[in-house]
Design a protein around this ligand. Sequence first.
Ligand code: PMP
Length: 307
Amino acid sequence: MAAHSEKICFFNGQYIPLKDANVNIQTNALQYGTACFGGMRGYWNPEKKDVYIFRLEEHYRRLASSARMLHMKMEYDQEAFAEIIRQVVRRGEWKQNIYLRPFIYKSDFDVSPKLYNLKDAFALYVFGMDDYLDTKKGLNICVSSWTRIHDSMIPTRSKATGGYVNSALAKSEAVENGFDEALFLDKDGNVSEASAMNIFIVSNGKLITPDLSSSILEGITRKTILTLAAENSIETEERKIVRSELYSADEVFFAGTGVQVAWIKNIDHRTVGNGSIGPVTEKLQSLYFKVVRGDVPQYNRWLTGMY
Ligand code: PMP
C-alpha cells in the first residue's frame, strides 16, 4: 500500500498525491481561519467489500451552507462532490474505515481579514481512522473554563475553521489536566457541546440533548441518534440543559462523526450513573455501529457505496 503522503487527494481541480498539495504561506485562510470544512466517515464492510460513506447528502448540504455563511461558493454540486469522493477513495485504494476532510478556503493572498472579493478553493483528503476517542472504556471529561462561542460571534451552525481555536483551547486545557475531552457551557451557562461533538444525557429513560439555540453545531450524528432513538421507542427531547443535570444524569454520551457514540464515565470527577455504560447508550451505540456499516437494511438509504 502507498505511503500516506503518496495517497491521492483533490486539490486545485486535480487528483494529486497529498505531498504535492501545498498552499502558499500568504494564503488568507492560513492567516485568519477564513475557511470551512466537513468531517465525514466511510466504513469498510468486509463482507460486502465496500466502503460506505455515511450521510453524504447531509454533509454536502452542511458544507454548502457553511460556505454560504462565510461568503464562499461551493463550486461543485452534490453529484460532482460525490464523484470527487469516489475518485479519491478508489484512487487511494482505501479498503478500511476512513475519515474524509472536504474544505473550502479563501485562497487569495490579500492581507486583510475579510471574506469579500477573494477567490475560494475546494480541496479534499482522506486518511484511515478507527476510534477518535475510546468508545469502550468510558471517558473522563470536564466542564471547560472556556465558554462556547456564541452564534453572534462566529456562526456556530457553520464549521468555520477559525471557530475551532475555541475548541482547541478547551480540548488542550482538558487533556493537559488529565481528562479525555472538554465540555463547553454556552454564554448563558447552559450545556452546549464538546470540542468537536454533541452531547446527550439520559434521565429517567428520556434522551435529552441541547437544543439548537445552545450554541451547538447541528451535528449529523446528533440528528441520526435522535432518529434512531425515536424509531426505537426511546423518548427524546431537545432543550436547554443546566450544568447540575450533567452530574445527576443516569447516562451521558458524546455523538459525532469522529467520536461516533462514546459513553462518559466521569464528569468533573463525579461518576455518571453507576460507572458503567447505560442501557440506552449501549442500545444506541450498538445500533449506530451496525447502521454505519450497512448491516441494517432500513437505514441503507444513509449510505453511499464507493466500489
Ligand atoms: N460539534 C462540533 C463543534 C463539531 O466539530 C462536530 C463534528 N463535526 C460535531 C458537533 C458533530 O457533528 P457531526 O455529527 O455532524 O460530525
